[in-house]
Design a protein around this ligand. Structure first.
Ligand SMILES: NC(=O)c1ccc[n+]([C@@H]2O[C@H](COP(=O)([O-])OP(=O)(O)OC[C@H]3O[C@@H](n4cnc5c(N)ncnc54)[C@H](OP(=O)(O)O)[C@@H]3O)[C@@H](O)[C@H]2O)c1
Length: 218
């Protein structure tokens, strides 16, 4: 197994890289800015420059990788096409390149509430709407996938337990990026995670259940 982490210099992407490293799983980080990547990891991570808007670069970037975890997201900006381009068209490009390169499993970090069109987050250039279109494309593409929809992301680790629900069953809550990273990596290793959409948050009242069991219950 070798995992391509797309959007690796983002906050969740960095957590995914750390989780893979802690499990000694080989990885390659696809980044827009190799200087930024170098400043974060030095030479400890294999880096490839790329952009999800360039499908041909993506095919090359995948190279000998067998699995993909995608944590991209349009950065907040005045570009009204940002989410359309990055969250939808970029993900579509990635899926096409992944199919061409015979990727075994693709994990996408999406978001809670992608099915709720009239949500204030859609005021940011329809970001939830475009994430939902990307999810629909993945489901129909034929690729083996897991779509992970987290609640509000935090950088503070927690002792709270993970709650995992089916699509469109969780509507609020928060989750540390490190926990999202654990879910993404576990998805690649867990047959029960295949071809599922899971919603994840953490809760102080939830019982502890191992991630593979949570996937099996969804
Ligand atoms: N913030 C929340 O509370 C929340 C809640 C639920 C879901 N989400 C979603 O979870 C995901 C991860 O969130 P995050 O806060 O970790 O995101 P983030 O820190 O903003 O990272 C986004 C990553 O996407 C990369 N990216 C943007 N455009 C790209 C392109 N054209 N080609 C390749 N890479 C590109 C960025 O590259 P650079 O590093 O070069 O900028 C960055 O690495 C996003 O999809 C976000 O929408 C967020």
């Amino acid at each position: 197994m070798k995992v391509l982490v797309v959007g690796a210099t983002g906050a969740t992407g960095q957590a995914v890289v750390q989780e893979l490293q802690s499990r000694h799983i080989p990885l390659r980080a696809l980044v827009r800015n190799p200087y930024k990547a170098q400043a974060i990891w030095g030479n400890s991570v294999e880096i490839v420059a790329g952009n999800v808007l360039d499908r041909y670069l993506l095919t090359e970037a995948i190279g000998d990788c067998t699995h993909i975890i995608c944590t991209t997201g349009a950065r907040p900006s005045l570009n009204i096409f940002g989410p359309l381009q990055v969250d939808y068209l970029g993900t579509k490009n990635l899926v096409k390149a992944a199919l061409q390169q015979k990727i075994e499993h693709l994990v996408l970090v999406s978001s809670l509430l992608t099915s709720v069109f009239f949500h204030p987050l859609n005021l940011f250039w329809l970001v939830l709407f475009w994430k939902k279109q990307a999810e629909e494309y993945i489901k129909k593409s034929g690729i083996t996938y897991t779509i992970v929809r987290p609640g509000g992301l935090t950088n503070t680790p927690t002792t709270d337990n993970l709650v995992m629900g089916r699509a469109d069953t969780l509507f609020s809550g928060r989750i540390p990026r490190a926990t999202v990273a654990q879910v993404c990596v576990a998805a690649l290793l867990c047959p029960a995670a295949r071809n599922k959409i899971v919603e994840v948050v953490t809760s102080p009242t939830a019982p502890y259940i191992p991630i593979p069991e949570l996937f099996a219950q969804v």
